[in-house]
Ligand binder design. Structure first.
Ligand code: ACO
Ligand code: HSE
Length: 314
């Protein structure tokens, strides 16, 4: 949240140099406040688990959030009941004439397919196009990050020889980035994917900036310089046991899978894993909600979002 301080307090200049957001009293008096409208486009088969994980993070804010659940209408879900979808979910058709303050698009277990072979690809590309004009900021997670980078910027994904699987140390690449405000210099993030994007491909796109990466697991967060599109390759939303569950599943199926890196105490899969990334997951989502959504979105959501979007410095 912005700090409201007297207009002439000397600390203001120091905090502004550190990119800490302060608000003059005069501006604060004129600030209009309303609930934020955030959609979750849930592409995961395990929809109820993902809803809970993301709501836990989005709920950690003093801001009021109206949460809209979306699923792709061109995909028939095998693992989520129709009853659940009918009761709680909408489709793009229901909201395409509206505007959103923010949208989160989840991962999906389709990363080893060509994008065009995913049966809801056409619908997803329509949503991605629509998001440019109708959503203040969109956060893409894991496969959705690859899909968004491919659709918007032509950035490819590459198959990995071995699954990137475990909890890896990451660093902040751009100092004073608002999205990573308050992060430690080194922090943990779960990664669980068979494919990768490269720094070289991203550097070819002048609109994009790499905000965080890992020596071991590569690029973590990429954003457009205006903050409208954020691409996160890891799974900071995962619960302590999500990687364990995936590991046990793959072992039971006889798939070639290593013990997740840096996860179990003493690397022993019979022991209960610790969650060592929760604090940063909470910071990532609250920074996104505050600096990229709440501070940027127009009070009248019907206003053309691109016009209202100030040239924010990340
Ligand atoms: C890289 C990332 O983004 S990581 C995020 C993905 N991780 C996870 O989903 C972890 C949890 N999921 C799982 O473990 C498994 O998908 C399970 C256990 C739920 C089901 O696995 P299986 O029985 O082997 O596969 P199943 O045939 O049910 O298909 C799994 C999912 O793949 C997706 N899928 C498969 N083929 C296609 C296709 N052609 N087009 C689009 N989606 C497809 C669907 O999401 C499907 O589930 P859904 O219909 O409920 O949405
Ligand atoms: N996190 C995913 C990767 C596959 O897309 C899983 O293990 O299910």
């Amino acid at each position: 949240m912005p700090i409201k301080i007297p207009d002439n307090l000397p600390a203001k200049e120091i905090l502004n140099q550190e990119n800490i957001f302060t608000m003059d009293e005069s501006v604060a008096y004129h600030q209009d406040i309303r609930p934020l409208r955030i959609a979750l486009l849930n592409l995961m088969p395990t929809k109820e688990t993902t809803e809970t994980q993301l709501l836990r993070l989005i709920g950690n804010t003093p801001l009021q959030v109206e949460f809209v659940l979306l699923h792709p209408k061109t995909h028939t879900s095998k693992n989520t009941s129709l009853e659940h979808l009918d009761m709680f979910y909408k489709t793009f058709d229901d909201i395409k004439d509206e505007k959103l303050d923010g949208m989160i698009i989840t991962g999906a277990p389709v990363e080893q397919m060509e994008f065009e072979d995913v049966n809801y690809w056409e619908e997803l590309t329509q949503i991605l196009e629509w998001s440019k004009q109708n959503v203040t900021s969109t956060l893409h997670i894991c496969w959705a990050a690859q899909a968004g980078l491919y659709h918007h910027f032509g950035v490819r994904k590459y198959g990995l020889d071995k699954k990137m699987f475990g909890v890896f140390p990451h660093t902040v690449t751009v100092p004073n980035t608002k999205l990573l405000r308050g992060f430690d210099e080194v922090f943990n993030v779960p990664q669980s994917r068979h494919t990768d994007i490269t720094r070289a491909d991203i550097e070819r796109c002048p609109e994009l900036e790499i905000l965080s990466e890992s020596e071991d697991s590569g690029v973590y967060i990429v954003a457009t310089k205006d903050g409208k599109h954020i691409f996160v390759t890891g799974h900071s939303e995962y619960d302590a046991c999500s990687l364990k569950w995936e590991y046990d599943r793959d072992v039971a199926k006889g798939l070639p899978i290593d013990i997740p890196n840096n996860y179990y105490p003493n690397n022993d899969p019979s022991r209960q894993p610790y969650n060592t990334w929760r604090a940063h997951a909470n910071l990532l989502f609250s920074n996104w909600l505050n600096y990229y959504v709440y501070q940027e979105t127009p009070f009248e959501l019907t206003t053309h979002i691109n016009e209202s979007f100030a040239s924010s410095q990340l």
